[in-house]
Design a protein around this ligand. Structure first.
Ligand code: PLP
Length: 403
């Protein structure tokens, strides 16, 4: 076995050179990518380790293994577990309107893991509480749902039923919803894990939770709802104060939010929130060497990531968060007005910063030049723009001028 030892300055050169070969959110015009650089207020470019609490925590390397909102946890890292619990409190109580002390949660590797965790705990809930078999359980979701739903169904060995959406409104129509539930019931499904979107990946569309609950109640079945707010969780509740996809709805058992998308935290900062009565169903007693055992999917994870989310939430406060989202919507409105005045069709949920344009409206070359996201590489039907922090008015105007 052999690989060479490199000197410190060589390591620095190699890493900096590798990073410089990636796209740069600050200097490139990237209209489609649903990610951006770290929040500038909390992570200034020229900080050294000692100046920056995140970098200090990163180097100290606390492990946040397990869930810390309920019961015992590892004592070695109790200090920073407290910060993670505060993040979960803000997200569950303040943003997603849970009752005090009625929830659990943790910082996951991302939206995919949090979505799988939500489905996993509901699957186990149906098996353990009602004696269901995996064949009796299915995920119900719209066609526009993120592909992590298929990973969850595959990993957990349960069925999934996809409901068509209407092409222009991206909405699920009641008739299609009813027909899909009927088909599942005919197939012997008795327990539904309803997977609803607070901002779909390609469109930013938001599912109508009241419609789903109304239609599902008409059947003799059991159902609970997981909400995927991986993209929308840090914008939609801030821009639509009447948001109904939250813990106030008695059928909602869990919610995914992603700090590494809209909140501009480092990657590895998904957020999983659960009503407390459901979180015990993923509790692994075999994790005997972990104090308090483990209810999470991932095991060991970075405490520094949790701290970064706490820092961003604390640096803005709720009012700063609303103002930040308001500014993004304003820029999105300018983009939409520009498209309208040029007669270009598009889809947009008015509370979201995603604008999706049919591929018939502009050339693939232009979409590629501005790094719009294509729904598929071959024969794309849609091009997506996401007005993230780095998508400034200059870039929007440049794109509109070229249309
Ligand atoms: C709506 C939605 N859900 C889930 C995910 C998966 O998130 P991650 O890439 O953090 O696993 C994404 C990612 O784009 C998403 O847009």
């Amino acid at each position: 076995m052999f690989w060479e030892t490199k000197k410190d300055n060589e390591i620095q050169d190699v890493v900096l050179s590798a990073v410089s070969k990636n796209v740069n959110f600050r200097d490139n015009v990237l209209l489609g990518v649903p990610g951006t650089h770290l929040d500038e207020k909390v992570f200034p470019l020229n900080d050294t380790v000692g100046d920056n609490p995140f970098l200090t925590a990163f180097v100290a390397n606390p492990n946040h293994i397990g869930m810390h909102t309920n019961g015992e946890s590892e004592i070695f890292f109790a200090g920073t577990h407290g910060l993670e619990n505060d993040v979960i409190r803000i997200c569950a109580e303040e943003i997603m309107r849970a009752e005090k002390d009625s929830y659990d949660g943790y910082i996951s590797s991302g939206g995919t893991e949090a979505n799988i965790q939500g489905v996993w705990q509901l699957r186990n809930f149906y098996i353990e509480k009602f004696g269901a078999s995996v064949d009796d359980i299915a995920i119900l979701h719209s066609n526009d749902t993120h592909y992590s739903v298929y990973k969850a169904a595959n990993l957990l060995n349960i069925n999934e039923y996809s409901i068509p959406v209407e092409n222009e409104s991206r909405a699920v129509f009641p008739k299609d919803l009813r027909l899909t539930i009927e088909k599942a019931v005919d197939d012997g499904i008795k327990y539904f894990i309803v997977f609803l979107n607070m901002g779909t990946t390609m469109f930013g569309s938001v599912d109508d939770i009241e419609l789903f609950v109304k239609e599902l109640k008409a059947f003799d079945i059991k159902f609970n709802i997981h909400i995927d707010g991986a993209f929308g969780g840090f914008i939609y509740p801030f821009t639509n104060l009447n948001n109904k996809l939250c813990f106030k709805n008695p059928f909602v058992s869990s919610i995914t939010m992603d700090a590494h998308k809209m909140l501009q935290a480092p990657y590895g900062t998904g957020i999983f929130l659960s009503k407390r009565e459901f979180s015990e169903f993923t509790h692994t007693k075999k994790a005997s060497y972990v104090k308090g055992q483990d209810s999470t999917l991932c095991g060991s994870r970075s405490g520094a990531n949790a701290i970064s989310v706490w820092m961003i939430l604390s640096s803005y406060g709720s009012e700063g968060g609303k103002e930040f989202c308001r500014e993004l919507l304003e820029r999105t409105n300018i983009l939409c007005d520009g498209l309208k005045s040029r007669g270009v069709n598009f889809y947009r949920n008015k509370f979201m910063n995603i604008v999706t344009i049919p591929s018939t409206e502009l050339t693939v070359e232009l979409a590629r030049k501005y790094h719009l996201v294509l729904d598929t590489e071959t024969n794309p039907k849609w091009f997506k723009i996401v007005v993230m922090d780095h998508v400034k008015l200059d870039a929007i105007n440049l794109f509109l001028a070229e249309l």
